[in-house]
Design a protein around this ligand. Sequence first.
Ligand code: UGA
Length: 443
Amino acid sequence: MALKITVIGTGYLGATHAAAMAELGFEVLGLDVVPEKIETLSAGRVPMYEPGLEDLLAKHVAGIEGSSGRLRFTTSWEEVGAFGDVHFVCVNTPQKHGEYACDMSYVDAAFASLAGVVRAGALVVGKSTVPVGSAERLAALLPEGVDLAWNPEFLREGFAVQDTLRPDRIVVGVRGSGERAEKTLREVYAGPVGEGTPFVVTDFPTAELVKTAANSFLATKISFINAMAEVCEAAGGDVAKLAEAIGHDDRIGAKFLRAGIGFGGGCLPKDIRAFMARAGELGADQALTFLREIDSINMRRRGQMVEMAREALGGTTFLGRRVAVLGATFKPDSDDVRDSPALNVAGQIHLQGGQVTVYDPKGMENARRVFPTLGYASSALEAVRGADVVLHLTEWREFRELDPAELAGVAAARVLLDGRNALDGERWRAAGWTYRAMGRPTA
Ligand code: UGA
């Protein structure tokens, strides 16, 4: 009999995981404590923008015409307990208010509820990003005869579907010999493993650490190149050329070396902070003090973008000046504005008296909710109309495809600051724009 799978928590990670498990051929039941989410998902709709996810859901959600019917959603823990052979816990672990540590209350609540309903012989699999040591503690909450495995997730927003169906590695943390848990997860992931995805088996703490180490490494790469951007600014170098040149060394690699206004989102910033907090608790804080510097290089980028804009406007004040901001999400192909560098820069300029008008292809609704006092336009052209300076802060394809000549016709001044090093400076200059990018004074 094929395994029956439940997915607890249907945010980014959970909704994608549930749809992917159905795509792999399993019967899947997703649970969330928010009834509206369950209603939306049950109708085959996704509460966020993620390319490909809605199609995958519609392909499998029961009750949708032509679907496989393998995917259902519920708010009932009893139903989840009775249904599942394997339960994936995918709830989020945000940063605690006023602290670096992450908030484990959703994970703790999910395990407490699950412990009351899970069948003997079932396997619980943690996917949430948690401080090292959590799995050991959570295992003790489960009834006798119920195994726990820790299986961190590495999906990127914007690529969630492909990262889940074809991950670049599967990491499984088990306790003791963990044979049964490993065997079950090999069955679950037989598809991707059969296609060559490496399957790495570790103990609990290593599996938990793999996740935070990976995100810390990515954050470090970005802050490294942004530190080089600062030096390039001072020395008159070109960080984009520098990144291209060092990226040819395959020990370094070209990815994640895009200098600009830095990283944001719901993962990298909070994960490095939670990692520092946890290392402190373990008495290993010295090992991670460098992450404090990674964080501060990153946060400094936002201020530097604000200063670049001020300089472009004559160097004194934003009062009465019109600033167009292209991009509000923390990265393209997402509607997520959590800790978005773009929105942060827009907000800072607004708070200093600038008249900021934002346009984003998918993030308008979320941005408005977080920052209702900013101006919002219905297109890039409308945002740029009458602007004294234009800031490109999220590298959507739509912005690369803009016609610089058309925008030149509506802007009050033709000054473009590229906070993502993603536009073709030559094209913009040819249309009469002053084009400046971060870390490229000579470009
Ligand atoms: C990140 C990791 O990349 C995933 O592997 C991980 O699973 C996920 O966090 C998570 O922990 O759930 P994500 O937050 O979707 O994924 O975004 P990234 O693609 O990593 O980008 C993060 C930020 O870095 C964005 O703001 C992006 O604009 C910025 N970035 C990225 C740069 O500034 N420069 C670069 O070269 C690359």
